[in-house]
Design a protein around this ligand. Structure first.
Ligand code: SF4
Length: 223
């Protein structure tokens, strides 16, 4: 269960200009898909923007940096178009505007896997949702390969999971495979307990766990 601040990594350099790199290295497939589509089309439709904005908020991107991220991402829009059509919704998601309840509650909470998986299927041109559930299995495997997941056993497992509608199990399978060495290390040196490695059920947990594992692997041994 996600709670406020869950995906936030203290002291990590999360700015508009670091998102490209973070997306490649640490984002779950749902957010990679949104990121790739944003870069390809210089635009995302409403539900994709909302899903992605809330995730970015959850990893610790400030409101100012989030506005900058979207402004730079929507290359074809003028400042006037951006300010009048998109900026308010970003500020609303962060709880800076809107009714009292929205402002007091600091806007919306980042979406869990359950919410993303349970929402209505994306229509034509929409990019929100979970690729494990909403892509055709061949497109899903193609996308995984494009992100560097090429292990045949892993891809076979993903096909099987998806066939049984075990979408988040497929996602966890990919996480485990792409962080295999780091997970082995934290298990062997006892620095992480089994609870730290529980099944991931939230995109922000995916990010945070990935980020921390890779940081630990980079740290000097006796630091
Ligand atoms: Fe994202 Fe959850 Fe789907 Fe993984 S299972 S891609 S984290 S929605």
């Amino acid at each position: 269960m996600y709670s406020e601040g869950e995906g936030y990594v203290d002291g990590s350099p999360i700015t508009a200009s670091s998102i490209d790199q973070l997306a490649q290295q640490h984002f779950p497939l749902c957010m990679k898909s949104l990121h790739v589509n944003l870069r390809k089309n210089n635009h995302l439709k409403h539900f994709g923007r909302l899903q992605y904005t809330l995730f970015l908020k959850g990893i610790g991107l400030s409101l100012e940096e989030c506005i900058l991220f979207w402004r730079q991402g929507f290359k074809g829009k003028t400042d006037n178009e951006f300010n009048s059509q998109y900026k308010y919704n970003i500020r609303h998601a962060y709880g800076e505007v809107g009714g009292d309840v929205n402002r007091r509650g600091k806007g919306y909470t980042p979406y869990s896997c359950q919410k993303i998986l349970g929402d209505s299927n994306p229509g034509i041109g929409q990019t929100h949702g979970c690729p494990y559930r909403h892509y055709s299995v061949d497109n899903l495997v193609g996308f995984l390969q494009a992100t560097g997941v090429n292990d045949k056993e892993v891809l076979r497992g993903v096909r099987e999971d998806v066939g049984k509608m075990r979408y988040h199990i497929a996602c966890n399978r990919v996480f485990d495979a792409t962080h295999k060495n780091e997970i082995k290390k934290v298990k062997e040196d006892g620095s992480w307990s089994q609870t730290d490695l529980d099944t991931i059920v939230h995109p922000n947990t995916y990010f945070k766990r990935s980020f921390l594992l890779k940081q630990m692997a980079k740290a000097p041994k006796d630091a």
